[in-house]
Design a binder for this molecule. Structure first.
Ligand code: SDX
Length: 378
């Protein structure tokens, strides 16, 4: 006897009780621990936001300094992980490289001391600190270059851009990138967070939890959409081609990447802020062809699909910002992962506090008492 009917994709089925973030789809509201995302994007930074999400409140000055200091000094990765990454094929997707190297972290740190708060804190610090290093390292290694060591004298976002491009970013670029991380940090029970929670509920180690979530985020219907959006804008090629392109894609019943959302039935509040960041960046350099195509496409999609509640989501403008910051297209989703590690870790901790292993049921649609037919008779 099932308590509730089967809903494809568990649509509108609560899988947890959580106080980490709140999304309201009709108004387009997003809050982290009750604070509106607009406030955090304009007044906070990613490390402070990660602390808020994971430990549940804004840190006092000395708490933030200690947290930030620990993360700075855990950015390096073991040489054996670097050597392992050197064996990855240069044509491999960076999300596969990240999932593999994130799981490899578990080989180096004791497993399953989940009842030890110090172990929990160390795992939080190590994952927040090392994931950016691994993303940047693979970008250089797949071109046959040695990765650069993280710099302890740079703040979190500036250090990532430094490791990625081998030069210090300009302050505006680092600041805009940091806001992008804050915007992508958490979003209630999305697919990759749900993966993290299910994996966490078996009491495995946190590195396996994050590797599971990275694999889920990689899909084009989830975090992988930002990479697809850029490819789509390049395929459209001009503002004049936007509407014919859209018409054709809709005729073929193909989804438009960067649009639609299971919860938001208005424009994603994060897309609004990312669009402002894109405008800020492009003001500096006199506009951008792909941004103009994106604005035209958003307008066209709204005309066609707006009445069905399909609007731009977080992935629509993020790629334009990342491209302007010198991030290669196939690293857009790993950048999403760098940010979402904060949310995944927050849900990991919350799951452990009230853990019960996930084991849903099913509505069986198969047969019973079937016979085994010998192969020669099939
Ligand atoms: C993220 O869950 C989260 O919070 C995720 C995320 C986060 O922060 O973690 O916000 C990040 O993943 C954002 C979404 C990125 N994905 C994309 O941009 C890919 C394109 N979007 C779609 O695949 C889709 O909108 C989803 C997956 C995002 C949501 O899908 P749903 O809620 O399961 O909706 P659906 O696929 O059942 O679509 C309902 C209808 C369908 O039409 P019908 O078959 O009923 O006629 O709307 C149509 C869909 O075809 N539709 C679209 C569309 N999205 C939905 N049609 C064209 N283009 C689209 N983008």
């Amino acid at each position: 006897m099932t308590l509730c009917e089967y809903k494809p994709g568990l649509e509108n089925i609560p899988a947890a009780q959580s106080s980490i973030s709140y999304v309201e789809g009709k108004e387009g509201t997003l809050e982290y621990r009750g604070i509106p995302i607009e406030e955090l994007a304009s007044k906070s930074n990613f490390i402070e936001t990660a602390y808020l999400l994971i430990w549940g409140e804004l840190p006092r000055k000395e708490e933030l300094e200690a947290f930030e200091h620990e993360i700075r000094f855990h950015r390096r990765i073991k040489y054996r992980i670097r050597d392992m990454m050197k064996c990855f094929p240069e044509t491999g997707h960076p999300m596969d490289a990240l999932q593999t190297s994130a799981a490899a972290l578990g080989l180096f740190y004791s497993r399953r001391a989940l009842d030890n708060p110090q172990y929990i804190r160390e795992a939080v610090v190590r994952l927040l600190a090392k994931i950016p290093t691994m993303v940047a390292a693979f970008k250089l290694m797949r071109r046959g270059h040695d990765p650069v060591q993280p710099r302890d004298d740079l703040p979190y976002s500036a250090n990532f851009l430094y490791m990625l491009n081998e030069r210090e970013p300009d302050p505006l670029a680092a600041q805009i990138f940091d806001v992008c991380l804050t915007l992508h940090a958490e979003h209630t029970i999305n697919a990759s967070t749900f993966s993290a929670m299910v994996t966490a509920s078996t009491l495995t180690d946190p590195y396996a939890v994050i590797a599971s979530a990275v694999g889920t985020l990689a899909g084009p219907l989830h975090g992988g959409a930002n990479e697809e959006v850029l490819a789509m804008l390049e395929e459209i090629g001009s503002v004049e081609n936007v509407r014919p392109y859209l018409e054709e894609r809709l005729q073929r019943k193909e989804k438009i990447m960067g649009f639609g959302h299971r919860v938001y039935k208005v424009k994603d509040p994060r897309a609004k802020i990312l669009q402002q960041l894109a405008e800020q960046l492009f003001e500096q350099s006199g506009g951008d062809k792909y941004y103009e195509i994106a604005v035209e496409l958003e307008q066209a999609v709204e005309e066609k699909l707006g009445q069905r509640g399909i609007y731009a989501n977080v992935d629509f403008y993020s790629g334009l910002v990342y491209r302007k910051l010198g991030i290669p297209t196939d690293l857009f989703t790993p950048v999403f992962a760098i940010a979402r590690v904060a949310g995944w870790l927050a849900h990991w901790k919350e799951q452990l506090a009230v853990n019960r292993i996930f084991r849903p049921t099913q509505e069986y649609t198969g047969t019973h008492n079937a016979s085994y037919i010998p192969i020669e008779e099939r």
